[in-house]
Design a binder for this molecule. Structure first.
Ligand code: ATP
Ligand code: MG
Length: 290
């Protein structure tokens, strides 16, 4: 029987010393740790029981990606009979959810720049025939480095586009977060690249407004209905100074009808690149849109 938690000072695979917990997500526990062999900081993700296959799959997905905006897998293995672990580089950065909680909503230009980096990372994932399936602010780390503005993490529920990998056992939890999931996935549809386009739109919406496209409700049923019906408050109602072409792009990505969205992150990145370019020319030093 493997323990559900690791504690400070524990060693994983005789090599990774747990230093402190970072997060307790839906599918795994995440720790800051030290790789004592190579003497470098790392992140250890750990899960037991039904969570373990998701971690192994996350490791396989990461092993097939190669992008400067996506932290790679360093190591993967078992802990006892029921546990699994994954090791990746530690990124000294906060996630977008925590950043926005501190800074408040961003300017159109800053949000477009972040969205562009995120769209490029997801475009790489799509080009490899994979969908991330869980794009949301807590899965995007925001870096200071302009050449690597973001790090995209949490491929725990990522899947092949065609053919989808055999479905893993359900853990009884909703895979993904309803506030950031498109209607077709709440209905149980197979995730597609358009799922990620919606998630990209949701991250941009969050950066620009500080709230998810569909805000949490007290009753889960109410939230699900609001998502299904695409009840997204227009960005320009929340922020009247918002450039229309950026707001339009975000709302297109968030269309309840998948066919009305961009086909994939590559198409969205191309549209966003043009908007970002024009924003730089016209809003470069304007703070009014903040
Ligand atoms: N490589 C990393 N470097 C630094 N921080 C990280 C790293 N990976 C994850 N984190 C932090 O840990 C948090 C949880 O990580 P992750 O999303 O991978 O776990 P999870 O259990 O799948 O989460 P959830 O189910 O809540 O989405 C992230 O929001 C981020 O703040
Ligand atoms: Mg996560």
């Amino acid at each position: 029987m493997s323990s559900a938690e690791l504690v400070v000072g524990d060693f994983v695979a005789d090599r990774y010393r747990i230093v402190r917990p970072l997060a307790h997500g839906g599918m795994a526990r995440v720790y800051f740790a030290e790789d004592v062999r190579l003497e470098r900081p790392v992140v250890v993700k750990y899960g037991v029981g039904l969570e373990a296959p998701y971690l192994r799959r996350e490791a396989r997905v990461l092993a097939n990606l190669d992008d400067v905006l996506i932290p790679p897998v360093f190591d993967v293995g078992d802990v006892g009979a029921e546990g699994a672990f994954l090791v990746m580089p530690w990124i000294p950065a906060d996630n977008l959810r925590d950043v926005i909680a501190t800074t408040g909503p961003w300017s159109a230009l800053d949000a477009a720049e972040l969205g562009l980096a995120l769209a490029r990372a997801v475009a790489h994932v799509h080009a490899r025939g994979i969908v991330h399936c869980d794009l949301k602010p807590s899965n995007v780390l925001v870096r200071d480095d302009p050449a690597r503005r973001i790090a995209l993490v949490d491929f725990g529920v990522a899947d092949n586009v065609e053919p989808p990998i055999t479905r893993l056992a359900r853990t009884g939890k909703i895979l993904g977060t309803p506030c950031f999931l498109p209607p077709e996935n709440l209905r149980g549809g197979v995730p597609t690249k358009r799922t990620d386009v919606y998630g990209l739109g949701a991250c941009l919406y969050y950066a620009l407004s500080g709230v998810p496209p569909v805000e949490p409700r007290e009753q889960l049923a109410e939230l699900l209905v609001a998502v299904m019906e695409g009840r997204v408050v227009p960005l320009r109602a929340r922020r009247p100074g918002m450039p229309a072409e950026l707001a339009d792009l975000v709302h297109r990505a968030l269309s309840p009808d998948p066919e009305a969205r961009f086909a994939d992150a590559i198409e969205l990145a191309e549209a966003l690149r043009k908007v970002h370019h024009r924003l730089r020319l016209t809003h470069g030093s304007v703070v009014a849109s903040r």
